[in-house]
Design a binder for this molecule. Sequence first.
Ligand code: DGL
Length: 278
Amino acid sequence: MIGKKKAKILVFDSGFGGLSVLLALFRTIPAADYIYLADDARFPYGELDEQELTQGLERLLKEACRTHQPDLIVIACNSASTIALPTLRSALDLPVVGIVPGIKPAALASQSGHISVLATPGTMKRSLTHELVREFAGDCQVNLVACPRLAEMAERFVLEGAWDSTELGREVGAAFVEDGGIKTDVVVLGCTHYPLIQSALDRVTPWPVLWIDPAPAVARRVMLLLGQEWQDCVANRQAAHGDLSASFGGSIRFLSTGEGASRLTTAWARLRPDFVNH
Ligand code: DGL
């Protein structure tokens, strides 16, 4: 347990995607000091060689820990978590929380027994993704749909509000299967970028589905790791103020390995215009 009143949390992704996790964290634990680091110099991660990805992550995050001394790291990237979590946990001397496709909650929620998973080509190749399907969705028809361009589309959507319904439909269309009148009813957003473009996805789906975004579960896990003292403090504030993030805040710093720090600040301002200067 860390048990501090004000934790320092490093949130990491290849690009903007981790902002969907930062939103969930910020709603749950707004008074923490956040450092958001994007490895935009190597974005997108979806097609990177696994060994190169893991070694690069270890180097980068060791350095980030030395410089920023966080209490906890959130790897807000499925493409990275599904391959590098064990390596990162043994290389870094602090709690490391990852995110993996929400196949278990999807299988539990599905009424039709037909679920689809949208993720990067990298995440689709990982043995962990296939283990999750075997372990938690054995009684479902699981349709894995690799999306080579959806993360980039999501970044553009956040920054410019722009999206092309034909391209988007082409990217995710295979997730919607109708088989003898039985339809896919649950779709896993298996990349942290995808919740950021969910409102556009809603407009191109042939029928409504339940989208599964594991970010709130990740935020709850982080809160557990931060310890009871912190949870009590948050619960008291929540009782007093309702929406926590509207009533008190910590700080957020955006860093990138490329030239994207100001794009991240702009993206965050679009997602949380009320919390730009905290
Ligand atoms: N946001 C990342 C994920 O959750 C990946 C995007 C990418 O770099 O391809 O998988």
